[in-house]
Design a protein around this ligand. Structure first.
Ligand SMILES: O=C(O)CCC(=O)c1ccccc1C(=O)O
Ligand SMILES: [Mg+2]
Length: 335
């Protein structure tokens, strides 16, 4: 009989308060780290519900994870499997990563090329863009300031850097009028270098209409997280953005990726502000399942520390299980 073991930890690390999540400043990023072992094999996963985005809280995720692990251990003792169906997205994702590592299904190589993220000041982009090799693509958060300012910034960058491609993210913040105001400032000859604009309007219908009127390609992000979402080919839909922590198990993410690819639509693996442990796994998932697409993972720099695993070339201090920012959870007390 192979020895099975599992352990759960909670991390809580300071993040740069500049990070704006829908009008809310996040001071610490908190999540769970799950470690499972089966004989020689082991796997880690991160379960980190994102406040304001996830429906489950950290506490709910912790309870569900502890129970699943206990049931999994029992099922395995009887040579049975335990499904991840019905679990919260963050729990399903973290457990599925740990299982994938345990089974050797997640390749080591990652795509650590990220699309540099800009929250408002375009000057921040010049330096990272100069350093970039391969596809030169950046992402700008729009919809937080005036729509005409957003349009001017996008147009200015596209004008100044001829091989630049942009991803823009409006998070459903514009009325059709505001979206039009944005588009008015982006010269038609520059619009093809906008790889996509994520969810410009409050409804999918309004976003589709905007794309048809302006020729600017769009992508679904929030929509991907809605129940019953399926990828359907549409004239201006260039991509779907998959944030696994908010979407669900690795298998479900792969199913979405395959749906997209069958229709000629890009799938972009993207961050929900995981620690470096989850983020490096996302880079590996991106490399394995969405080759040649730059993932949206430029969120490590918002944090003060890396957790357990090193993101290549990052100079942030790396903390281990002995750090005061990480504590073991007593699972006997839990269930
Ligand atoms: O997608 C990316 O490139 C970075 C991640 C990101 O933008 C994001 C991260 C967490 C929650 C919401 C969002 C968002 O898409 O608005
Ligand atoms: Mg988005």
């Amino acid at each position: 009989m192979t020895a099975r073991r599992y352990q759960l930890y909670q991390y809580s690390i300071p993040v740069d308060s500049q990070l704006i999540l829908r009008n809310r400043f996040l001071k610490r990023r908190e999540g769970l780290l799950v470690h499972i072992q089966c004989g020689q094999h082991e796997g880690w996963g991160e379960i980190a519900p994102l406040p304001e985005f996830s429906e489950e809280t950290l506490e709910m995720a912790e309870k569900q994870t502890a129970l699943w692990l206990k049931n999994w251990d029992e099922a395995r003792a009887n040579n049975q499997k335990l499904s991840l169906d019905g679990l919260y997205p963050s729990v399903a994702f973290g457990l599925s990563c740990a299982l994938a590592e345990l089974k050797g299904k997640l390749n080591a190589q990652g795509n650590y090329q990220v699309a540099p993220l800009c929250y408002g000041d375009p000057d921040e982009l010049y330096e990272p863009l100069n350093q970039m090799q391969g596809e030169k693509v950046a992402k700008i958060k729009v919809g937080m300031y005036e729509a005409n300012r957003d349009g001017m910034i996008a147009d200015m960058l596209l004008e100044a850097i001829p091989d630049l491609q942009l991803r823009l993210d409006a998070n459903r913040s514009w009325t059709p009028e505001k979206a039009q105001l944005f588009a008015k400032y982006v010269k038609p000859q520059h619009r093809a270098r906008i790889q996509f604009l994520e969810e410009p309007c409050k409804t999918r219908e309004a976003s589709r209409q905007f794309a048809a009127e302006t020729g600017i390609a769009i992508a679904w992000d929030e929509s991907v997280r809605e129940a019953q979402f399926r990828v359907e080919k549409e004239p201006h839909l260039a991509a779907i953005v998959i944030k696994p922590t908010l979407v669900g198990s690795l298998d479900y993410c792969i199913e979405l990726i395959e749906q997209a690819h069958r229709q000629g639509i890009k799938a972009v693996i993207s961050s929900s502000i995981e620690s470096s442990l989850g983020l490096t796994q996302l880079a590996r998932i991106a490399q394995q399942y969405t080759p040649n697409v730059t993932p949206g993972l430029d969120t490590l720099s918002l944090m003060d520390y890396q957790v357990l695993r090193q993101w290549p070339d990052s100079t942030l201090p790396l903390i281990g299980l002995d750090s005061p920012f990480i504590r073991a959870i007593d699972l006997d007390e839990q269930v």
